[in-house]
Write a protein that binds this ligand. Structure first.
Ligand SMILES: CCCCCCCCCCCC(=O)SCCNC(=O)CCNC(=O)[C@H](O)C(C)(C)COP(=O)(O)OP(=O)(O)OC[C@H]1O[C@@H](n2cnc3c(N)ncnc32)[C@H](O)[C@@H]1OP(=O)(O)O
Length: 260
């Protein structure tokens, strides 16, 4: 009986929280600037990002964090993951654990009900929407990757293992898949640094093919910011850094005036 009551109370709490967050987003997204442009306050944006990036607090099935190791990860992938992950937390002389220079970024899960502009995204779309790079359920078949950010150095590093469904030239990764991972890593970098931004330009030079199944590093560096423009350069190298596979420059445009 008690268990039954607890169950009903939990369901009611979930329902209330869901309604509350929906209303909040609707109000935020409908807020207009006097010029007619969509307008977000810093705190609103931060709450949107916090909520969109964090696991759903009241969901019984927490979204999966695709950036955590799984059984498809090769020993090289795991080694590099550990290499950066260990730098996310450092031990002080007194033995306390404190935040290090690097931060592992969890995989991004979108569950906004309303797109910017107020357009209602149906429940179906909502349930099925997924970041393009995370759309293959089979572990190891597509994009296996994890992104680490170093705020101080304004860099991001992505450890990327390309699965067999990303084949282009026989035995090698498709150029479109390489462009996708570059866009995703630099886009994540731009968004983490400056808030929501979209790719305006992406220029890629393919220098040497990436063998399918290999692990490479995607380095993203924030070069400069001019108003809403964020300039990022990117290199894809072999895991030991000795071979350059791809070079790119990207221009992102920050969607809102607010600076972080
Ligand atoms: C944490 C996890 C999160 C989530 C992690 C998400 C990771 C995935 C990231 C994926 C990112 C994508 O693929 S995004 C999808 C692909 N991209 C798109 O679909 C974008 C389509 N384009 C647009 O929507 C628009 O053109 C925008 C938003 C880019 C810009 O439009 P706007 O806002 O009206 O700005 P606009 O006035 O035109 O331009 C502002 C300034 O930028 C300049 N500018 C604009 N476009 C260009 C350009 N291509 N090349 C040079 N310069 C340009 C203008 O001259 C101007 O300079 P000045 O006069 O001020 O000097």
């Amino acid at each position: 009986m008690l268990r039954h009551r607890l169950y009903i109370t939990r369901a009611l709490c979930q329902f209330m929280a869901c309604k509350l967050s929906t209303g909040l987003f609707r109000n935020i997204l409908k807020t207009k600037h006097p010029t007619g442009d969509m307008w977000y306050t810093r705190s609103c944006l931060q709450s949107i990002l916090a909520v969109t990036m964090a696991p759903r607090p009241f969901s019984s099935s927490q979204p999966r964090d695709y950036s955590l190791p799984n059984t498809s990860w090769s020993s090289e992938m795991l080694r590099l993951y550990e290499h950066y992950n260990i730098m996310c937390e450092v031990e002080t002389e007194r033995g306390d654990k404190i935040k290090g220079q690097w931060t592992r970024l969890p995989s991004y899960n979108r569950f906004l009900k309303y797109a910017p502009g107020g357009q209602y995204l149906s429940k179906l779309l909502l349930a099925k929407a997924r970041l393009f790079t995370r759309n293959i359920e089979e572990q190891g078949a597509g994009f296996e990757y994890v992104v680490f950010e170093n705020k101080q150095e304004k860099t991001c590093v992505c450890v990327f293992q390309a699965g067999h469904l990303l084949e282009g030239p026989p035995g090698h990764v498709h150029g479109g898949a390489i462009a996708t991972i570059i866009d995703s890593v630099t886009g994540t970098h731009a968004t983490c640094h400056s808030g929501p931004a979209m790719t305006a330009n992406l220029t890629i030079n393919y220098r040497s093919p990436i063998p399918l199944g290999s692990v490479v590093l995607v380095h993203s560096s924030l070069d400069k910011i001019e108003g809403r423009k964020i300039f990022i350069s990117c290199q894809v190298t072999s895991s030991d850094g000795s071979k350059l596979h791809t070079e790119a420059t990207a221009l992102f445009i920050r969607l809102f005036e607010t600076t972080y």
